[in-house]
Design a protein around this ligand. Sequence first.
Ligand code: IMP
Ligand code: MG
Length: 187
Amino acid sequence: MHRDIERVLISQQQIARRVAELAALITADHTPPKQEGPIELTIVPVLTGAMIFCADLIRQIPMAMQIGMMTVSSYPGRSVSTQGAQVVAQQLADLRGRHVLLLDDILDSGQTIRLVTSVLRERGAASVRTCVLLRKDRPAARDVPVDYVGFDIPDVFVVGYGLDFDNYYRNLPDIVTLNGRVTEGRA
Ligand code: IMP
Ligand code: MG
């Protein structure tokens, strides 16, 4: 696995620092004034890619929260670019009146965020905010407004920290690019 790595784009230390900053921002934005009651917060990671990001982030948000989950398949296979996102499973409970924070690993074409946001609104969420760990530097990604972004990265294919190639490499602690021989050989 490690010999497939071309270069480390974002190290685990950089990720940890930024996740802590995002958690602090999100906590501040979701803390209501004292005279009001606590807000009903539901965190919704888009699986499978946002699983590790979600686990690290929510343990640094000291607020009452529920967790929902949505599994979205963004491409028919391998690492080819997105061909229409599809919800393949969801476990959301009752979202009516709840404030939802959607978490995704990466904003690429924006189809996943658009799709999932509309599903959450249809299910009656009082508000839907979005947080992506990574945003690719491409016009389509910039056209989709998101509330929190971990890192802006070049338009390259990355894996690690939850992101996959052919469902592998999610357990790499850093965010990395792969050798061409891997992506070309197996795609
Ligand atoms: P979008 O719907 O095109 O914005 O794509 C978002 C989804 O595509 C993400 O949740 C990822 O699962 C996948 N994706 C996009 N770019 C990459 C990448 O560079 N590495 C791994 N997965 C990616
Ligand atoms: Mg994904």
